[in-house]
Design a protein around this ligand. Structure first.
Ligand SMILES: O=C(O)C(=O)C[C@H](O)[C@H](O)CO
Ligand SMILES: [Mg+2]
Length: 403
């Protein structure tokens, strides 16, 4: 058996923080797993270092499911982003090892390709509608078939999804949380105008997506969904906070605009009712925050029964290790929908050399055995951890709100 003889956590910050688990087997084969939890990185690093790694040594790296169950049931304290990101890192690293030992890429182990490549969506953002449309046109010219559009809201100094750089969006921007201000009615006025302008400029052969980032009540989301129907959005994401899964029923009753949710979910139980009651169209849970490839497959299998498709989170805080794992998963699952793709910086790509590629608006994980992604540890060591928080959001009267 490929016995696990060593494991370590690598924290590096090539432009932003990443936590990576490296598991080494007795014959020198190693696997990588992403464990990055944006703004709370060191909690997962400690969970792995102090509580998981000691339990891995001596185990058979081939027994992925058994180790998953051991860490999940064995901890007694189930679920939660820290626990599930740590388990995800182990799971991902073990799939990487299994692929390397078999001489097969992970998607082959998952049943092989269900499609030739996976459609991705890029992020077009700008402070004005015109800026956003201009950037979206650039994405379209680069071959993207799906584009997320976000723009600034007149009268508000900042809003989610709008950055200074037109290509790189990095919300974890300060060593203490930045405070943003929010006004729902101003926002609700601008989004239909953005979609109208985007359809006029880009035409109808491109999918348009939008992220509400948990900021509306169900009835407000229903109204926005209805207002956007003439422009046929691909999806509206995170319309309302999803702790109460039932909340999506109200949105559903008012609009046929497809709904996506789940980037902050970490367990199948976070989305079971949403899926079984067909209250959503796309599930956005991802490898690193939802228990790894093994658990995400269970979510996708449940979703498939209800014609809910996948749309994995893929922001820059998910490292290239997670991106590779997501692409293997996307290529193999029958009910794939779309994959989010925010390019990493050149510094990040240098630390994590990878086999995945982008062409014509789609990506492929490549044929390298395992995940097809590595870490340059010497280079990684040059980028020290740099504390960074996600912003917080307040209403104009100072009330704490959803970011
Ligand atoms: O990519 C998205 O859809 C996001 O909403 C990005 C998140 O805000 C980001 O990943 C938080 O860490
Ligand atoms: Mg989102």
């Amino acid at each position: 058996m490929p016995k696990i003889i060593d494991a370590k956590v690598i924290v590096t910050s090539p432009g932003r923080n990443f936590v990576t688990l490296k598991i080494v087997t007795q014959d020198g084969v190693y696997g990588l797993g992403d464990a990055t939890l944006n703004g709370r990185e060191l909690s997962v690093a400690s969970y792995l270092q102090d509580h998981v790694i000691p339990c891995l040594i001596g185990r058979d790296a081939h027994r992925i499911e058994d180790i998953w169950q051991y860490l999940y049931k064995g901890a007694y304290w189930r679920r939660g982003p820290v626990t599930m990101s740590a388990i995800a890192a182990v799971d991902t690293a073990l799939w990487d090892i299994k692929g390397k030992l078999a001489g097969l890429s992970v998607y082959q182990l998952l049943g092989g390709a269900s499609r030739e490549s996976v459609m991705v969506y890029g992020h077009a953002n700008g402070t004005t509608i015109e800026d956003t449309v201009r950037v979206a046109l650039e994405y379209q010219a680069q071959g993207y078939r799906a584009i997320r559009i976000q723009c600034g809201v007149p009268g508000m100094a900042s809003t989610y999804g709008v950055s200074k750089d037109k290509y790189f969006y990095e919300p974890a921007d300060a060593d203490l949380p930045t405070e943003n201000v929010w006004n729902t009615s101003k926002y609700l006025r601008v989004v239909p105008e953005l979609f109208k302008a985007a359809r006029e400029a880009l035409g109808w052969d491109v999918h348009l997506l939008h992220d509400i980032h948990h900021r509306l009540t169900p009835i407000e989301a229903g109204r926005l969904g209805k207002d956007l129907e003439p422009y046929r959005p691909f999806w509206l994401e995170d319309a309302t906070p999803a702790e109460n899964q039932e909340a999506f029923r109200l949105i559903r009753q008012h609009t046929t605009t497809p709904l996506a949710v789940g980037e902050i979910f970490n367990s199948i139980h976070d989305c079971r009712e949403l899926i079984e009651n067909q209250l959503i169209d796309y599930i956005r849970a991802t490898v690193v925050h939802a228990g790894g490839i093994s658990h995400l497959r269970k979510i996708a299998n449940l979703a498939d029964l209800y014609q809910v498709r996948t749309g994995c989170h893929g922001a820059t805080d998910l490292s290239p290790v997670c991106m590779a794992a997501a692409l293997h998963f996307d290529l193999s699952v029958p009910n794939f929908g779309v994959q989010e793709y925010m390019r990493h910086t050149a510094e990040t790509d240098a630390v994590f050399p990878h086999a995945y590629t982008f062409a014509d608006g789609a990506m492929h994980p490549g044929e390298a055995p395992g995940l097809g992604v590595d870490i340059d540890e010497e280079l990684a060591a040059r980028y020290e951890y740099d504390r960074a928080f996600l912003p917080v959001n307040r209403l104009e009267d100072g009330t704490m709100f959803n970011w």
